[in-house]
Ligand binder design. Structure first.
Ligand code: GLV
Ligand code: MN
Ligand code: MN
Length: 435
């Protein structure tokens, strides 16, 4: 989809929707048309032939997209810095410099072959809220920050650095850009040797708000305007290395093989069986697999696959992982292979703040929008920020429940609604004492 087509699809879907900002704070509205324009312009960076983007973190497209976003942030009255982890941190002073910052944020990196809304809606929405405040000459009491976190899709790396939970073992992981995290951080203007300098402590923020697309189909199916997020799932990822023996595919009898791919197939089946063997909403995925040497006529001697488990309860993830490991041993024995597990990323489950949930709900209803309280099955930077202070998340519908796909789509009126809820929740939080 080119830029003109993107704009047209959004305008058609919006029914020409546009709300102009007004002066009185309660009647204040974001400029929905401007968010659409910014989303459309951002979609040019890393756009692919399927109509989505491949703007993976630390790629050239990511770098150029971030440049564009920094320009928007400056135009919205924010003083912008690239921090040591490559996060884009935009700040505008509040009327009381002694107060802790009130923060909004999201991300603009994408998964490979991703869409134009995951992270982008919350990022453009937060910048739009900052711009609406400036245009209406409104200054918050708390310093205002908009943070566009780096490498969210690769394991919320930028927010891990801010929360102090970045583990040095992540540095050498190869990312979807082909660069290691260390080189990637340098590529986007950060300094991996200075991550400690951006670490914040619990209590360092007043509150954090993130607007995001739901990425599932509940709001769309039930025709509800706003999701109030109750909690965000924990995610743990492992690299699983399976080693057998590469040998001739024509001459090695079936009963004399040590086929790493066969072991991987049995393992993937076992993951699915174990994850579905207990009640609940937990999920388990093998979403990545590579075999060596990778030829029709050679029995694979080595496979590396990516295993991911998610649930709101970290203990359940641990329990499932134990079962999976136990099951890997007999598979290894039966196939003459060995299994080796390395944990590559952990994001803890995080409940959102109950007071902020209620505030989002009230604010949405005050704007005559319908709400539903729901968990998030997707990971978000908000769960790292939750270590530092109270967080809240606002979901808007994803059409058809499609995400991490070029076919991801959220309607302009839903995006504008979400940004207006963000704006008014922020203004109310600015008046509240939360600690
Ligand atoms: C981020 O989008 C995730 O849930 O993996
Ligand atoms: Mn996201
Ligand atoms: Mn995502």
């Amino acid at each position: 989809m080119n830029r003109r087509e993107f704009n047209r699809s959004m305008v058609i879907a919006a029914g020409g929707y546009f709300i102009a900002p007004r002066q009185a704070p309660s009647a204040l509205r974001v400029n929905g048309g401007r968010i659409v324009e910014h989303l459309s312009a951002l979609s040019e960076f890393g756009k692919n032939s399927q109509g989505g983007v491949s703007r993976v973190a630390y790629s050239e497209a990511d770098l150029l997209g971030r440049e564009y976003v920094m320009g928007l942030m400056r135009a919205a009255g924010l003083e912008v810095k690239v921090d040591a982890a490559g996060n884009l941190v935009g700040r505008r002073a509040g009327t009381d410099p002694a107060r802790k910052p009130l923060v909004m944020g999201s991300h603009v990196d994408s998964v490979p072959e991703g869409g134009n809304f995951d992270g982008d809606v919350g990022s453009m929405g937060a910048i739009e809220v900052a711009q609406t405040l400036v245009e209406n000459k409104l200054t918050t009491r708390h310093p205002l920050e908009v943070i566009i976190f780096s490498n969210e899709e690769g394991g919320t790396i930028g927010s891990h650095a801010i929360s102090g939970e970045f583990n040095e073992k992540y540095f050498n992981l190869i990312t979807n850009s082909g660069k290691t995290i260390r080189d990637g951080i340098r590529f986007i203007g950060g300094d991996p040797d200075k991550l400690a300098s951006i670490r914040r402590k619990p209590g360092d923020i007043h509150a954090y708000l993130e607007l995001h697309i739901e990425q599932g189909g509940i709001l769309d199916t039930e025709k509800i305007n706003i999701g109030v997020v109750e909690g965000i799932v924990g995610i743990t990822q492992w690299e699983v290395k399976i080693e057998g023996f590469a040998n001739h595919a024509g001459t090695t009898p079936m009963n004399q093989r040590r086929d790493a791919m066969l072991a991987a197939a049995k393992f993937i089946q076992a993951v699915n069986q174990i994850v579905t063997s207990v009640p609940g909403r937990q999920v388990g995925t093998v979403g990545k697999l590579q075999a060596w040497p990778g030829a029709y006529n050679v029995i694979p001697g080595k496979v590396i696959l990516g295993l991911e488990l998610r649930d709101l309860d970290a203990a359940k993830v641990t329990m499932l992982y134990q079962k999976i490991r136990e099951e890997a041993a007999p598979i290894g024995k039966a196939t003459g292979t060995t299994f080796n597990f390395t944990e590559t990323n952990t994001i803890v489950p995080a409940p959102t703040d109950e007071r902020i949930r209620r505030l989002i709900d009230e604010t949405a209803k005050g704007l005559r929008l319908t709400t539903k309280w729901m968990p998030s099955g997707a990971g978000h930077d908000a769960q790292e920020v939750a270590r530092l202070g109270p967080v809240g998340m606002i979901f808007v519908p994803s059409v058809g429940g499609i995400s991490h796909s070029p076919r991801e789509f959220s309607r302009p009126e839903d995006i504008a609604n979400g940004a207006n809820v963000l704006l008014h929740t922020l203004l109310k939080l600015d008046q509240m004492t939360l600690q």
